[in-house]
Write a protein that binds this ligand. Structure first.
Ligand code: COA
Length: 217
């Protein structure tokens, strides 16, 4: 959070934000955890809507914090009773990643804009961050919508988001492994777009829920 240290109102807001963040990411551990994967740097657990209240409360806190971090109004979940939440828990017992997935029927393909002649990777990232995106109006069948995906800023680029999606693909529907074509991203941010392009191996991945007024073609 950006704030002016000399401004008392800003400082109070910053303290509130900081406290909310610290309390949301703290994970004490639960007796019954649904562990999907374990890694040298942490583990991924899944929380379902029928889980105990304390687990759902934690998910609510995290979702609120993630929405604040994303900094704009997020689309409400389509059908709460069918959502699946994956949390990446670090070895020091902090929630450092969160993925909320929901069932969807349709996605819309991003229309890739022609890139100008790009000289370096940094230039490509800068260009991607600046430009708006467009998507087709033609619905294509999809199964899983990624409503939110977030990784703690200090832990990014360690494949935490990639590992959460891998786990999601094998656990979203019992007994089946989703293909990348069956997944759509909700209204992607510039970071989300860069990530999805890399993960899906194409800039023409599927999106849904565009509430921010992007152009469609
Ligand atoms: N810029 C450029 N490429 C990026 C990128 C970024 N900010 N984030 C991911 N990638 C690409 C890279 O190629 C990366 O591989 P590399 O690090 O070996 O080059 C690859 O995607 C895999 O990234 P990964 O490490 O799995 O992603 P992450 O754990 O850093 O999480 C986000 C990615 C988008 C979830 C994270 O940046 C984030 O939480 N951002 C803020 C919230 C947000 O915008 N969420 C997206 C909503 S749609």
């Amino acid at each position: 959070m950006l704030y002016t240290a000399s401004n008392p109102e800003d400082e109070t807001q910053h303290l509130l934000f900081h406290n909310q963040f610290i309390s949301a990411v703290k994970y004490v551990g639960w007796k019954k955890e649904r562990i999907l994967a374990e890694y040298p740097d942490g583990k991924i657990i899944m929380v379902l809507p029928e889980d105990p209240k304390y687990a759902l409360k934690k998910v609510d806190e995290i979702r609120e914090m993630v929405d604040n971090d994303l900094g704009f109004q997020q689309a409400p979940l389509m059908c709460y009773s069918r959502t699946k939440t994956l949390l990446f828990i670090s070895n020091d017992k902090k929630v450092v990643g969160c993925l909320i997935a929901e069932h969807i029927q349709w996605g819309y393909r991003v229309i890739e804009e022609k890139l100008p002649v790009i000289r370096s990777e940094e230039e490509k990232v800068r260009f991607e961050r600046q430009k708006a995106w467009c998507c087709s109006t033609l619905p294509e069948p999809a199964i899983c919508g990624i409503s939110r995906i977030w990784v703690f800023s200090m832990m990014r680029r360690k494949k935490i988001a990639s590992r959460m999606i891998e786990c999601l693909r094998s656990n979203f529907i019992y007994g089946s492994y989703l293909s990348k074509e069956e997944i759509a991203f909700s209204d992607p941010t510039p970071d989300g777009k860069l990530f999805a392009t890399q993960y899906c191996g194409t800039g023409q991945f599927l999106v849904y829920n565009f509430i921010n007024g992007q152009n469609t073609t």
